[in-house]
Ligand binder design. Structure first.
Ligand SMILES: [Zn+2]
Length: 481
């Protein structure tokens, strides 16, 4: 909300004073020459992502993010000769929406994930967005409108507006003509839409999904849009959807051989987890319980898993533990069950039981990041900061660019009362998130902490000099352009 307002205000009222914004917004110097360069696009995307990550709607759940990232990368890997990095993330919002930001950042709303009736439907939306990115549709639309450099930049920020279903924001934006104009520029052209459909279908097929999923989902969105004219899914605002497009898709699909594709178990589990977080705490619990009572499900384990999450949310921990025991009897095997089991044990003050579950699971699923984070958190909350620190160091050797690990490290040092080390670790976390000025701030606090030895202090000072230098260079570069 805060960030949206900031962007809307900046976009609508400060447009003539572009120079004022220069410090906080990336430079678009290359724009006039050749449209948006890849570097500029990436920088622009990074800037917008900083705001998104700070927004309360950003879903900071490593299990959901891990799933959507895996699905997205599986599709993106099918693109030929494309050297583009992607980052997939999830926004907690009930409006049906998905969108691509410059630089390969692709966001999906929880509402859309829950509305998909199959994994292929969700894959269809992602494949379509990935194709907008690989075909540089954003940069190509900018090329044509280079006269309003900053406006287009801000229009992207407003793209994020389409991200949120907050009615106040929508009304505020609709009342200003400029905002409407910006919204116009955002819409992909029909040619771009058709191209994204065509290439997206290829990605889906090559990645082993059912291409019918794209047509069926888009068709439902179109019907939904007709029903709720003024409250159409956000997706339809930026991706003009027509009956003609759907017919095109169906014609292409008709030429391909039929194949049945089963949803992955993770698709069901992640959605059940999301559904358990929706609405009021009791709602999902009742829904899942009814489904179980009426035996209305394809996979009992998925419904029970959602039920267990909903019970945790209602703080019915004993019932949740019983449901987890049933899931074990049903032979559900997933790292998501292990983190759930451990969290219930930890909430019931059985820290050693939680640790036992997590340690065994980490052996079994060495690539499940959420398990690693949960293990470190549980070690810390169990009062064993030294072990938590050891685990964090070990993980940082394997993945030194994971900001979450540095943030955990900062939390551990804070618990140990080591202020210099706490702020030094927090600085690295910010740096990896692209927040250079916040990193410098943390190092300055670390410098003044007064509880480090000579060696630690000189390390902080060296890092501080290095980052200040980097900040200077960035500013100089900006001035040159
Ligand atoms: Zn589109």
């Amino acid at each position: 909300m805060r960030f949206l307002l900031r962007f809307i205000l900046a976009g609508v009222f400060l447009l003539p004073y572009a120079a004022i914004c220069a410090d906080s917004l990336p430079d678009l110097g290359e724009l006039e020459r050749s449209g948006l360069s890849q570097t500029t696009e990436r920088r622009l995307g990074e800037q917008i992502m900083l705001e998104i990550r700070r927004d309360s709607a950003y879903l900071d759940d490593p299990e959901v993010a891990g799933y959507i990232g895996q699905l997205g990368r599986r599709l993106a890997a099918q693109g030929e000769g494309v050297r583009q990095t992607f980052e997939f993330f999830v926004i907690k919002d009930s409006m049906l929406n998905a969108f691509a930001l410059p630089g390969g950042y692709i966001g999906v709303h929880t509402g859309l994930m829950l509305a998909a009736r199959s994994e292929s439907e969700l894959a269809g939306v992602l494949a379509h967005e990935i194709s907008h990115v690989t075909q540089s549709h954003l940069a190509r639309s900018f090329g044509k409108q280079s006269q309003a450099q900053l406006a287009t930049l801000l229009s992207l920020a407003v793209a994020v507006l389409a991200v949120r279903s907050n009615p106040d924001v929508a009304i505020g934006a609709a009342m200003t003509g400029q905002a409407a104009g910006i919204q116009q520029q955002l819409n992909y052209s029909r040619d771009f839409e058709r191209e994204a459909d065509r290439l997206g279908l290829n990605l889906m097929e090559q990645a082993g999904f059912d291409p019918r999923g794209m047509a069926s989902f888009f068709e439902r969105m179109l019907q939904f849009g007709r029903l709720y004219e003024n409250n159409a899914p956000g997706y339809l605002r930026t991706h003009p959807l027509t009956t003609e497009r759907i017919t095109d898709m169906e014609n292409r699909i008709a030429l391909r051989p039929y194949r049945q594709v089963l949803d992955s178990e993770e698709f069901g589990l992640v959605r059940a987890k999301l559904k358990a977080q929706e609405g009021m705490p009791g709602d999902a619990e009742v829904d899942f319980a009814n489904q179980l009572a009426e035996r209305k499900y394809n996979a009992e384990a998925v419904v029970r898993f959602g039920h267990a999450h909903a019970l945790v949310r209602s703080e019915k921990l004993a019932e949740a533990a019983a449901e987890i025991a049933t899931l074990r009897r049903l032979k559900l095997e997933s790292p998501l069950l292990e983190t759930l089991d451990a969290s219930v044990r930890a909430k019931r003050k059985d820290i050693s039981g939680a640790l036992r579950v997590l340690r065994a699971a980490a052996q079994r699923y060495p690539h499940a990041r959420a398990l690693t984070y949960a293990l470190i958190e549980t070690q810390l909350s169990g009062g064993d900061a030294a072990t938590a620190l050891g685990s964090t160091q070990k993980e940082l050797q394997l993945t030194p660019e994971d900001p979450r690990l540095f943030a955990l490290q900062a939390k551990i040092y804070a618990a140990m009362g080591k202020r210099l080390l706490q702020h030094r670790a927090q600085a690295e976390a910010y740096l990896l998130e692209g927040q250079l000025h916040l990193a410098v701030e943390q190092l300055e606090i670390a410098h003044k902490a007064g509880d480090g030895d000579f060696y630690e202090l000189s390390q902080v000072d060296a890092r501080l000099r290095e980052l200040k230098q980097r900040k200077l260079e960035e500013m100089r570069q900006r001035d040159r352009q």
